[in-house]
Design a protein. Structure first.
Lengths: 349, 215
């Protein structure tokens, strides 16, 4: 925020010199920008003291865990969860959104721990996958009830972990819960303008959709690429509306579209060299889009995809370097011609 | 995030969800306890396997293993359903008040054809020779008549018993001696509920039984 204020101050001086802003408006505009919150030494020591007191309490309880009766242990866990939620409710009443957010995130993690500890205390046989999934759903409920980013992040992470904890793991291609939870997380990120949630929901969505089901046919991957492209277009539109966090989702949807398109050709030999050429051209298009929109993530996705496409072509063609040179020269000519046409069209307009 | 609804409504929502989640946890506990108390109790032979995990608290890792030393064949259908989700294992009462694995099935009804008590899970049967293979010798009989031992490993989700450190170490030490003939017999006391799930009720080592309870 301090850097923004310094830049704004310089801009205001320039705008006043250009007659765009009245000189008397300079100070009110600067005053309207909140100062970055500074943490003084006293507050820092108080935070450290609270953290150390919490650690001391946890260590004390852990040291005496075995001698505490089972029901008392269970009550202790519920009490800690209730107190954390109570703190979040108090923060909501006092209008402290950051405290509410953090406490609900902590409550979501405490509840996840409570499920595991309850199973341990009372020797309940259970499925670890179901336990993680239950914890994820609980975190989602807390997130929705308290509009809490941190709890929503915990929900997506716990549901992802539950899918990864399945018998086949990540590459078992059964990330079905994540395939539903991740888009919900992305929508929440857009609705709440939460960049942190978008940073998790974006890659989770790519993983969840790409690894949702085993034995996907090439046409399935092409359909998935189209779905990612649609989501990409929607996120781009939201980004143009200056909706915070939409740019992050935009970049990840571009990654998903390119990855799904690549998977369509790499999962079988049906499309052959035609797929590789289309892949290279689409990658170039994504790079151009990223540069046009000044979206660094999208440009990076396009560059990585182009490198992968080039590598795939070289792998396919083996040692036929002359053929590879011909393919790349053809693509270069296509790119140059397309770029020239686009530029001419813009100049005419 | 910027346009928050009424703070009082937000606080009420948080409180309501917190109560709901706590009620869900208590409900799970009560349901499991009722299912454990109301299920059919069976005694299953067990042994120790892995060491205790420091990260998961003090517990003795259990493995439900039957040893059949007379070279008896494996019960039917075990191999066909091993590694499958939602399969069932049939148990039948045997001498000494113990239940033994007598078959498996894809459904409850299939498993019931092999024994009167059925539980969700799977079992693996392995036969091992108790002596090394004989050197090649033309005078030897064509068939291998070495003594065999049959191991049946039962997986019904009961794989650990949480206890305080002293109890867990004592139990683990006792379980590790189960291969010895002189070791006291050890059993897992398992309750099999109406839903077919096995729930640990306690353990019995050398005739001394330790039940799980609320305290």
């Amino acid at each position: 925020m301090a850097a923004y204020k310094a830049r704004l101050s310089e801009d205001l001086d320039r705008w006043i010199a250009q007659g765009l802003v009245a000189p008397e408006s300079r100070q009110p505009i600067l005053d309207s920008v909140a100062e970055a919150r500074r943490i003084d030494a006293g507050l820092a020591l108080a935070i450290m003291g609270a953290v150390l007191a919490g650690l001391a309490a946890i260590a004390f309880v852990a040291a005496n865990w075995d001698v505490i009766p089972r029901l008392a242990r269970f009550a202790l866990i519920l009490g800690v969860f209730a107190a954390t939620c109570g703190g979040a409710a108090w923060a909501a009443l006092r209008g402290r959104p950051l405290v509410r957010d953090v406490l609900l995130g902590v409550a979501a993690l405490i509840y996840a721990g409570a499920i595991g500890l309850t199973g341990q205390i009372f020797d309940l046989a259970g499925d670890p996958q179901a336990a993680l999934r239950g914890a994820g759903l609980a975190a989602a409920l807390l997130a929705l009830a308290g509009r809490a980013n941190a709890a929503a992040i915990a929900a997506v992470a716990l549901i992802a972990l539950s899918d990864f904890a399945g018998p086949e793991g990540l590459f078992g291609l059964q990330l079905r819960w994540l395939a539903i939870a991740a888009p919900a997380g992305a929508l929440l990120a857009l609705a709440w303008r939460s960049r942190s949630l978008a940073h998790l929901a974006g890659p989770a969505l790519v993983l969840g959709w790409l690894f949702a089901a085993p034995d996907v046919r090439p046409e399935g991957y092409l359909a998935l690429a189209a779905a990612f492209a649609l989501a990409c277009a929607a996120a781009r539109w939201a980004s143009e509306q200056e909706r915070r966090a939409a740019g992050i989702i935009f970049a990840w949807m571009a990654v998903g579209a390119l990855a799904a398109f690549a998977a369509a050709g790499l999962s079988s030999e049906v499309y052959g060299l035609l797929h590789r050429l289309a892949w290279l051209i689409i990658s170039g298009g994504v790079i151009a889009l990223g540069l046009h929109d000044r979206a660094g993530g999208v440009t990076a996705a396009g560059v990585l995809s182009a490198i992968a496409a080039v590598s795939a072509i070289l792998m396919d063609l083996g040692l036929g370097l002359m053929t590879a040179a011909g393919v790349f020269a053809g693509c270069a000519i296509l790119a140059l011609v397309a770029g020239g046409l686009l530029r001419r069209g813009r100049v005419k307009a | 995030m910027n346009q928050l609804s009424n703070p009082r409504a937000l606080a009420l929502q948080i409180g309501a969800v917190a109560l709901l989640l706590m009620a869900a946890l208590v409900g799970l506990l009560v349901r499991e306890d009722r299912a454990r108390a109301g299920g059919q109790e069976v005694r299953l032979a067990m042994e120790a396997v892995d060491p205790r995990s420091l990260l998961s608290g003090h517990y003795a890792a259990l493995q439900l293993v039957e040893r059949v030393t007379d070279g008896a064949p494996c019960p039917p259908e075990l191999e066909a359903h091993y590694g499958q989700d939602d399969s069932w294992v049939a148990l039948s009462p045997a001498a000494g008040g113990v239940h033994r694995v007598t078959g498996a099935g894809a459904t409850r009804d299939d498993a019931l054809k092999h024994g009167p008590v059925v539980v969700r899970g799977q079992a693996d049967c392995r036969q091992a020779f108790l002596a090394p293979p004989r050197e090649p010798d033309e005078a030897a009989p064509p068939t291998d008549d070495r003594p065999q031992e049959t191991f049946i490993t039962l997986d019904i989700g009961v794989d650990r018993f949480y206890a305080d450190q002293t109890k867990a170490e004592a139990l683990e030490a006792a379980l590790r001696r189960q291969g010895d003939a002189a070791a006291p017999p050890a059993f897992a006391i398992v309750s099999i509920g109406q839903d077919g799930r096995g729930r640990l009720k306690g353990v019995e080592v050398g005739g001394a039984r330790a039940d799980l309870n609320w305290f």
